[in-house]
Design a protein around this ligand. Structure first.
Ligand code: ZN
Length: 202
């Protein structure tokens, strides 16, 4: 990966979405400044150039391949109200209250598009009954209207971009794994959109 001032295209657009910029796909001065800010805040070399290290941080993708056999990648939502931020620590607390050892998901995508790791990728998740041992669980923050109950696809543009990127990267690690939504396996609305259809070409 190498994106720098003057670069153009889809990857630049993704970068811009994650950085909350106008996603015109043209790496200009504003994008360069935002990259430098991002690098500074993430302890990376501040050069305004998106190489592998910065790209990995941007996609939250210090991805480690699981030692488990993975044949499904299952997308969830946190079933929380739109516009509200929650963290891995919050979900860990909720899941412990439900009797889990820790957070049930392996990755969590915040509203700002940052990707965070949850449960150890080598350990079965606790997110989809009957499917946990051979799957990876990804959760985006949101999924409900402001009442906190009614299902709604609340993904921000940054979340959509980050989710797409994460799935693409997971696809390279697990080429035969099927990408599904929780609702494909349970009588639930989660993740409040049709993940199977949306990601069928990944
Ligand atoms: Zn779910």
């Amino acid at each position: 990966m190498l994106l720098k001032k003057g670069s153009r295209g889809k990857d630049v657009q993704t970068l811009q979405r994650v950085l909350h910029l106008l996603d015109d796909g043209i790496f200009g001065t504003l994008t360069e400044e935002a990259v430098k800010e991002f690098q500074k805040s993430h302890g990376l070399k501040v050069d305004g150039i998106v190489g592998n290290e910065t790209w990995a941080a941007i996609c939250g993708s210090n991805l480690i391949k699981s030692k488990r056999v993975i044949n499904e990648i299952i997308v969830h939502c946190s079933a929380t109200a739109e516009g509200k931020d929650f963290t891995v620590a919050d979900i860990t607390r909720w899941h412990k209250q439900r009797g889990f050892t820790t957070i049930g998901y392996h990755y969590v995508i915040y509203r700002d598009g940052s990707v965070h790791t949850g449960r150890d990728i080598n350990v079965s998740g606790a997110h989809c009954t009957g499917h946990n041992s051979h799957s990876i669980g990804i959760c985006y923050i949101g999924g409900c209207k402001s009442d906190g109950l009614s299902p709604k696809d609340t993904r921000t543009e940054a979340q959509k971009a980050a989710l797409l990127n994460l799935l693409r990267q997971l696809r390279t690690l697990y080429p035969t794994a099927k990408i599904r939504g929780h609702r494909d396996f349970a009588n639930k609305a989660c993740p409040s959109f049709d993940a199977t259809t949306e990601y069928k070409t990944i």
